[in-house]
Design a protein around this ligand. Structure first.
Ligand code: FAD
Length: 532
């Protein structure tokens, strides 16, 4: 319905808007005409910024590959209502502007950007949480609870970092069961993808460990959803690449936390023996974490993902590498606490019995649970201190079906990566099973029962090297396509609609229908470049 106001009233509104505009301008960028000035009449106007530093900061991400995609403004919400108001305002326009939640900005290719739109800086919700204040503007923070049907769980704001979730839940002797390798990522950011690490074979990805969520859809509606309530939205959002709504709260499964871990790495010179052992270990009950990685002559034995090997072991492994060129490292972990401390070594011995690693190349570590889960942080801080963290990261993450993994090793690891001898970052390879994924979720995985998670986590010294590594990524994808390996990209990135259609395969129609249902004006997360 059209609103009719008197000229006097309009004049007052005009002055209010001008004064609000002046207050947010500061060291400002010019006002971007894709956002109507009327936005300044909303009560979120004081939380909007067009400050050029804010605009620049939110047009960067960890990948450092996509640059200069500038938003029109950044919203620093202090409450969930602020985000609702922003999205409703855009939704009601005849030409809506895009909106993207920015978690920790650790995307690789601009996925959290919003050209000419508004970035919602999710961290800002956290700044407005106060443990001693029950009101908290409706923001959830991190709250641990128990009930007879769910057991222990935590209600966690979508803006929270997993490292903070770890510390907060440990105060209750509890912890989530499924993790990422790196914990400085937000709950909303990883649930929009899947959230994978070495616990995935046992508990499934992070998206399989969510009971319930609060979501703001692309229509600006606030909806609580679960498997049993508004389930279509629930499954859409999990692995939904931010396309259907902004997660403001997730209710996450918790379990009793261990205090320590036994952490083991074993080396193989034979890929077939390596994968056979990995597949065996994920099929038996007993371990808490199984991953694996490649070691090559051109990469260092320790890397930022974790410095595990002592200097003398590094020398021993370097010798092995100079003979073989490529070595495979199986990594497994068993948790323990005071009650199981006496039996842990014997248990581990039994689990490792019959494994075919190179004799003399098993290495063990004992660490606290937190040291293990937060293992990437020290490498990050070291790179940051040398100015080597803030560089381009042309990463490629893939899911490779078990039936293709031997071909993938021969053609990609050996023939492309080892032969071309380019500087390589950490390369991860570990199996998991479809059983722990729910087909109704948006996340895309291969059809086969067992598939491998492969991560090529390259860092480039500059843009020339970034281009070389990205060309190599392209070569790998082309090979997989031509050889019919049926791989799927994780943290996917495509340039054309055809590629997205192929990525989603038989689920493309559902994905599109869900978009029409929950974000019909295509407002949310345009940086994924699926519909925009
Ligand atoms: P952002 O980059 O800020 O956002 C990612 C996408 O999610 C964007 O489209 C954004 O609009 C959307 N989004 C953000 N918040 C919300 C929300 N609350 N609701 C809805 N949509 C939202 N991934 C793994 O699975 N396992 C790993 O071990 C792992 N390790 C990593 C290590 C490093 C060093 C880095 C940089 C990334 C790693 N990742 C890993 C990838 C990571 O999970 C994704 O890039 C994730 O999206 C990053 O979270 P973020 O909070 O920075 O999200």
């Amino acid at each position: 319905m059209a609103k009719v106001f008197s000229p006097g009233y309009n004049l007052i509104i005009f002055f209010i808007m001008i004064s609000r505009l002046m207050s947010i301008i500061g060291k400002s960028s010019p006002w971007n005409p894709s956002i109507p000035y009327d936005i300044l009449s909303l009560n979120i106007s004081s939380k909007l910024s067009i400050n050029s530093d804010a605009i620049r900061a939110s047009s960067k991400d960890f990948g450092k590959i996509v640059q200069e995609i500038l938003p029109a403004a950044v919203l620093y919400p202090s409450s969930v209502n602020d985000i609702i108001n922003l999205i409703r305002f855009s939704y009601e326009l005849s030409v809506p502007f895009p909106v993207a939640a920015r978690g920790h900005g650790h995307s690789i290719r601009g996925q959290a950007m919003a050209p000419n739109g508004v970035i919602v800086d999710m961290k800002s919700l956290n700044n407005n949480n106060n443990d001693n204040d029950d009101r908290n503007n409706g923001n959830c923070g991190i709250r641990v609870s128990w009930d007879s049907s769910l057991g222990f769980y935590a209600d966690i704001g979508g803006e929270q970092l997993w490292i903070d979730v770890l510390h907060a839940t440990l105060k209750h002797g509890l912890a989530p069961v499924s993790w990422t390798d790196y914990l400085y990522l937000t709950v909303g950011g990883t649930l929009s993808n899947a959230g994978i690490s070495g616990q995935i074979f046992r508990h499934g990805p992070q998206i399989s460990n969510v009971h319930e969520m609060d979501v703001i859809t692309g229509k600006g509606e606030f909806v609580t959803c679960s498997k049993h309530m508004n389930s279509e939205l629930f499954f859409s959002v999990l692995g939904g690449l931010g396309q259907f709504g902004i997660i403001t709260r997730a209710r996450i499964v918790l379990d009793k936390a261990p205090t320590r871990v036994k952490w083991v790495r074993m080396l193989y010179d034979d890929f077939s023996k390596f994968t056979k052992d990995q597949e065996h270990l994920i099929s038996i009950d007993g371990l808490d974490y199984v991953e694996g990685s490649l070691m090559m002559e051109q990469s260092s034995v320790n890397n930022w993902r974790s410095s595990f090997f002592s200097p003398s072991n590094q020398t021993k492994i370097s010798r092995l590498l100079s003979q073989n060129g490529i070595i495979y490292c199986l990594e497994m972990v068993k948790y323990y606490d005071d009650h199981t401390a006496k039996t842990i070594d014997e248990d581990l011995k039994k689990l490792a019995k019959g494994l075919n690693y190179l004799p003399g190349f098993m290495f063990k570590k004992d660490a606290t649970f937190v040291e293990f889960l937060n293992r990437v942080r020290s490498g990050e801080l070291e790179l940051q201190s040398k100015g080597m963290w803030d560089v381009p990261h042309p990463w490629l993450n893939l899911f490779v079906p078990k039936s293709s993994i031997m071909d993938f090793n021969a053609a990609v690891f050996v023939d492309i990566i080892l032969r071309q001898n380019k500087p390589a970052g950490p390369i991860l390879v570990y199996p998991t099973s479809r059983k722990k994924w729910d087909d109704r979720m948006s996340a895309v995985i291969p059809e086969e029962e067992t598939f491998y998670c492969v991560g090529l986590l390259h860092s480039a010294s500059g843009y020339d090297e970034c281009k070389i590594l990205d060309d190599q990524n392209e070569e790998i994808l082309n090979y997989c396509d031509k050889a019919g390996l049926n791989i799927k990209q994780y943290l996917p990135h495509y340039k054309t609609k055809e590629d997205w259609t192929k990525h989603f395969g038989k689920n493309w129609n559902i994905f599109q229908q869900r978009k029409t249902q929950f974000d019909p004006k295509m407002i949310l997360s345009p940086g994924q470049r699926i519909f925009n």
